[in-house]
Every structure is written in C-alpha cells, then in structure tokens.
Ligand binder design. Structure first.
Ligand SMILES: Cc1cc2nc3c(=O)[nH]c(=O)nc-3n(C[C@H](O)[C@H](O)[C@H](O)COP(=O)(O)O)c2cc1C
Length: 345
C-alpha cells in the first residue's frame, strides 16, 4: 500500500512538471548589468568555487530540494545523485520527514549517498522537526549540511497541511545542537528583512531566501484541493530578486543562498551579484531529467556552468566575491520597492 505521504511526493513531481515554465518570473528581467568592452581577463582565470561554512564547493550551483519518499522518487533521486556526481555539483533531497515516519521509504534517500559516496549532500526537513529527527535525517545520507524549510503558505493551501507555525525556538535548538551547517530555506515564497533578522537572531548562518517566480507551491497545493478555490494566493510572496534586496543589510553577516526561478546562467549571475554565494536550481533540472534524460541533464548543467563563466568573463569578474561587488541597474518598479522597504542598494 502506498502511503498518503508517498503519494503526495509523486503528485508534487507531476504537478511541478505540469506547471513548469521555462521563463523565470523571479524579477531578474528588472536588473541589468552594464556592458564593459575591455574586461582584461581570460575565461581560464575565472574561479567559480564557493563555500558553505567550511565546505568547499567547486561550483556555485546545486540541485535544490525536491524528491524522495516513494518508489518513483527513489529512482529520480538515484538519477539526480548520478547527475550531481558527473557534474561535481552538490545536491539536496526533498524533505525526509516521510522517511522518519515510515522507514520503509528511507532507501529512497539512502540511495543518494550510495550513488554518490563522495558528493556534497544536503538533508532537508520542515522547521517543526526536533533536533533528534534532524540528527536522524543527517545520518540517513551521511549529509554534509541540513536544510530546514519554512513554508507557511504551502501548508495553508495543502488540504492536509499543518496549521500551527511556532518555529523559532525549534530553529534555535537545531542550530545550537547540530554540528554540520544548518541552512534555513523558503520553498518559493521569498523572505523579508524581518524574517531574515529573526533567523540571524536565532543564530542561523546560512539563509536560502527561495523566492517567488519559479515553482509555485500555492498553485501546486491548490490544484490538489477538491474545489481549487484558493487560487487567489497564487501570487503570494516576494520574488527572488525582491528577497535578495531584502537580504542586502545581512549579506556580510550571513551566507545568503538564492533559489526560486533560477532558469538561466544570467539569472544565477544576477543572484550572485546581489550577494548570493550559491544558487539552488530545482524544477529545471527535474524537468530536464524527466523529459530529456540523464545525459542531456548533465549537458544542461555543464552548459549552465559554461554560461556563468562566460558572463563573468564579460563582466571582468574573476571570482564570486568580485561578482558580488558588481552594481546593476534596477527597473523603476524595483527602485520603488527598494525605497518603500527602506533597503540599501
Ligand atoms: C517537485 C518538487 C518538490 C519539492 N520539495 C521540497 C521539499 O521537500 N523541501 C524543500 O525545502 N523544498 C522543496 N521544493 C522547493 C525547491 O527546493 C525550491 O525551493 C523551489 O522549487 C524553487 O526553485 P525552482 O523555481 O528552481 O523550482 C520542491 C520543489 C519541487 C519542484
């Protein structure tokens, strides 16, 4: 018998593919670089390595949290792990809470470490998880870090979702009791400077703002409702670009990670120019894997990396930290957002 949770995991994959849009709506089109004609740099000089606390990552992109928890998603996780191994990028799995409740589906996560023994792997759990559960999740994949997701709008639209969201004490305990890096992430609704401040006050050192403009979980969960009456929430949240602007006051204090609607190398480079140290990509990789297969997805990622390095060459920025001091031109809408929210940019 397939459990309700395992069935939901499969539905999330099929609905993410059904609603997949190759164009980003995360606000990157409201930002422009200024072209400089004489960059005085060579492509081979570009170093795109980055860090997550003391973990060195060769590439600033990684496969963001998506799957696991059923027979079907076990196969997807195995393929994603092989793609991560072949390209050398890190990988997060989807929430492991399903496996902590029912250990018959643990192999759908364990397969990731089995397939990629030396890779960088991130665990994932919701913010109501206890420290003990977080430790169990990390052990399951011998993970290098753990993502703790916050997702109030998703839960509220999800017919069987949680209705209580008292997370901050829990987040504090996980941060103080877990030895590996802890990343608090959204799931595509973005963050405000107030939320980021709460996380910084809780001691969190890695924050993934995962903004609006890519995979939309209020749309996905609404589709799963009998009457689909909650579509008025489909535009809820801050875009990825707005969230990165909200993060400006914190970018030298904590490690900012960006995800949500990263669709092209130019989106990724703009996210890093706004202060992100790394960038998570979810649906485009899943879509490529399901529609085009493993080999083409490896190619997609390698081309993505080439694209990032090409743009950095054009900008004359040798490293991610050089890129982070590159100023962009903001559209008048974005400029108005920055003024209304009192953000430094
Ligand atoms: C099928 C699917 C399942 C997801 N499951 C999780 C999850 O379990 N935990 C989590 O933190 N985020 C989850 N996400 C959200 C992604 O990690 C990411 O934050 C979001 O999809 C935005 O990125 P994208 O626009 O590149 O897809 C899921 C995304 C997809 C597409």
């Amino acid at each position: 018998m397939v459990s309700i949770q395992s069935h939901r995991k499969d539905e999330h994959v099929s609905l993410a593919i059904k609603f997949y849009d190759k164009d980003s709506h995360a606000g990157f089109d409201q930002l422009r670089f200024i072209h400089q004609g004489i960059p005085e740099i060579s492509f081979d000089d570009i170093d795109i390595s980055t860090k997550l606390e003391d973990i060195s990552m060769d590439f600033p992109i990684y496969i963001e949290a998506m799957t696991g928890g059923s027979e079907y998603t076990k196969k997807l996780n195995e393929k994603l792990a092989r793609i991560a191994q072949k390209t050398g990028i890190a990988m997060a799995t989807g929430s492991q809470s399903v496996a902590l409740r029912d250990n018959s589906v643990s192999p759908s996560f364990e397969i990731v470490r089995k397939t990629n023994p030396n890779g960088i792997i991130f665990s994932n759990l919701g913010a109501s998880a206890t420290t003990d559960k977080a430790i169990e999740a990390i052990k399951m994949m011998d993970s290098n870090a753990i993502e703790i997701h916050i997702n109030t709008p998703q839960e509220m639209v999800m017919p069987e979702g949680d209705r209580t969201f008292k997370w901050i004490d829990n987040i504090k305990s996980i941060q103080s009791d877990i030895e590996c890096p802890v990343i608090v992430k959204e799931v595509g609704f973005g963050m405000s400077k107030e939320t980021i401040q709460q996380l910084v006050d809780a001691g969190i050192k890695n924050i993934n703002i995962s903004g609006k403009g890519g995979t939309n979980f209020s749309q996905i969960e609404n589709y799963r409702r009998k009457k689909q009456e909650m579509d008025y929430l489909k535009d809820w949240g801050q875009t990825t670009v707005e969230s990165l602007l909200e993060a400006q006051p914190f970018k030298n204090k904590v490690n900012i990670i960006s995800s949500g609607g990263i669709r092209t190398p130019l989106d990724a480079v703009k996210a890093m120019a706004l202060g992100a140290n790394s960038v998570g990509i979810a649906a485009p990789i899943l879509y490529s894997l399901i529609k085009n297969g493993e080999e083409e997805t490896v190619e997609f990622i390698n081309e993505f990396i080439y694209g990032i390095k090409s743009i950095m060459t054009m900008l004359g920025t040798k490293s991610i930290s050089d890129l982070q001091s590159e100023k962009m031109i903001l559209s008048s809408d974005l400029l108005s957002y920055v003024h209304q929210r009192g953000l430094p940019y």
